[in-house]
Design a protein around this ligand. Structure first.
Ligand SMILES: *[C@@H]1O[C@H](CO)[C@@H](O)[C@H](O)[C@H]1NC(C)=O
Length: 208
């Protein structure tokens, strides 16, 4: 079934967790957009969820599939709930008027020891993104690496402290090298699962 994307709704009441996120200046987007966006939600758990579409922006707005959109995003920090709770939380966000679900990616949960990754249970990020897509919502992937979200150590793995010469959140080579490894890991994972908009997935924006 082809349908238009869900319209933005602004009427109260907003869910407390709704968060209007200003994305201008904080995202990367693919080059150009052409044609109408048509959603194909409902082709099974592994997608595709949308006809592939491009995201761009002009002086006024983010453009999705060529159309200017005002986006309301709801923040849902996936590890703060269980996977069993995710579908109902996402559905409530949609009911409350969200177009987009946004979350940080919590590095210390995903790489508890250097080079040892964990993406299961509450940290099953791919599953979470797919559940959002299955609701027909878009996704804003905030890879961090720092998470300003009342999260232990800003989401940094503790082993990061022990890297010789490291300084956090600044122009520091050891920090940037570790950051690059983690960010690349997450982007490659999303790409392999075809979760970016140009692949027919829900991710329209991502933020470092
Ligand atoms: C998205 O942009 C690329 C690069 O400009 C283009 O090749 C592709 O056809 C576009 N996809 C859609 C669905 O418009």
């Amino acid at each position: 079934m082809a349908a238009s994307p869900p319209p933005s709704r602004f009427g109260p009441p907003f869910l407390p967790l709704l968060l209007l996120l200003l994305v201008v200046g904080y995202f990367t987007a693919s080059a150009s957009a052409a044609g109408e966006l048509s959603q194909v939600v409902g082709r099974g758990a592994d997608g595709p969820y949308f006809e592939p579409f491009n995201v761009s922006y002009d002086h006024r707005a983010v453009r999705i599939g060529g159309q200017r959109r005002m986006l309301v995003s709801a923040g849902v920090h996936y590890p703060r709930a269980t996977p069993e709770m995710w579908p109902s939380i996402i559905a409530k966000c949609k009911e409350g008027g969200a177009d987009v679900i946004e979350t940080y990616v919590f590095w210390n949960g995903h790489e508890p020891a250097k080079g040892q990754y964990y993406f299961e249970d509450r940290f099953d990020l791919v599953r979470f993104v797919k559940l959002v897509a299955a609701e027909g919502l878009f996704f804003l992937l905030r890879i961090g690496p720092y998470a300003c979200a009342e999260w232990n150590f800003g989401g940094f793995p503790v082993w990061l402290r022990d890297i010789p010469g490291i300084e956090f959140r600044t122009d520091n080579e050891p920090y940037k090298a570790e950051m690059q490894t983690f960010v690349t890991k997450i982007v490659d994972m999303m790409k392999a699962e075809k979760l970016y908009s140009w692949q027919g997935g829900p991710i329209i924006l991502q933020q470092v």
